[in-house]
Write a protein that binds this ligand. Structure first.
Ligand code: PRP
Ligand code: MN
Ligand code: MG
Length: 188
């Protein structure tokens, strides 16, 4: 195994499950947007969505329509394990999104605070349509209602890491999603 396996108590979603689900999500998005004349604009929410963006865009690319990639970095968690509710823009869009079909690519919807803030922000920039594809969602943790058109997995409300999800900036590179052993928190 890899170095991180020793820190994981339990695997929640395997590498293979993630791969299969992303192919499924890309198929749905492709079918729904087959008529998009100027393609879709994927907006990746850094840093957590970096893995999902790369894999999802590749899968969508096989099927079409063509996509363009934009990246925003926002942070609401900082170093902690619970959302502060304060969303900061660390990196803004590089280009105008007015008139575009925007698909926000998010790793996880937890309280929904990040996404609800981001959707309002993108609406104010005049996108033609805005939809969300989120690989994970914690239904029990939701604090503000957000419409997520495409959801990969509903998972229990536990602090999970891997496939982009971090604990204090670590474990993002894990290819699967799991729960950390309690002693890992105690260490930091
Ligand atoms: C995490 C995650 C989502 C958000 C979800 O990002 O990647 O973007 O929190 O939580 P919420 O629904 O309660 O708002 P984080 O703020 O930790 O930044 P990161 O992506 O750089 O890790
Ligand atoms: Mn994030
Ligand atoms: Mg984080």
């Amino acid at each position: 195994g890899s170095w991180y396996d020793a820190d994981i108590e339990r695997v929640i979603i395997s590498e293979q499950q993630i791969r299969d689900k992303i192919a499924e999500l890309a198929k749905q998005v492709s079918a729904d947007h087959a008529d998009a004349a100027d393609g879709v604009l994927l907006v990746c929410v850094l840093k957590g969505a970096v893995m999902f963006m790369a894999d999802f865009a590749r899968e969508l690319g096989r099927l079409g329509p063509p996509s363009e990639m934009e990246f925003m970095a926002v942070s609401s968690y900082g170093q902690g394990t619970t959302s502060s509710g304060v969303v900061r823009i660390l990196k803004d869009l590089d280009r105008d999104i007015a008139g575009r079909r925007v698909i926000v690519v998010e790793d996880i919807v937890d309280s929904g605070l990040t996404l609800s803030w981001l959707l309002k922000y993108l609406e104010s920039r005049g996108a033609a349509s805005i939809e969300v594809v989120a690989l994970f969602r914690k239904p029990e943790a939701i604090k503000v209602p957000v419409e997520v058109r495409y959801v990969g997995f509903d998972i229990p409300s536990e602090f999970v890491v891997g496939y982009g999800l971090d604990f204090a900036e670590r474990y993002r590179e894990m290819p699967y999603v799991g729960v950390l052993k309690p002693e890992v928190y105690a260490r930091s």
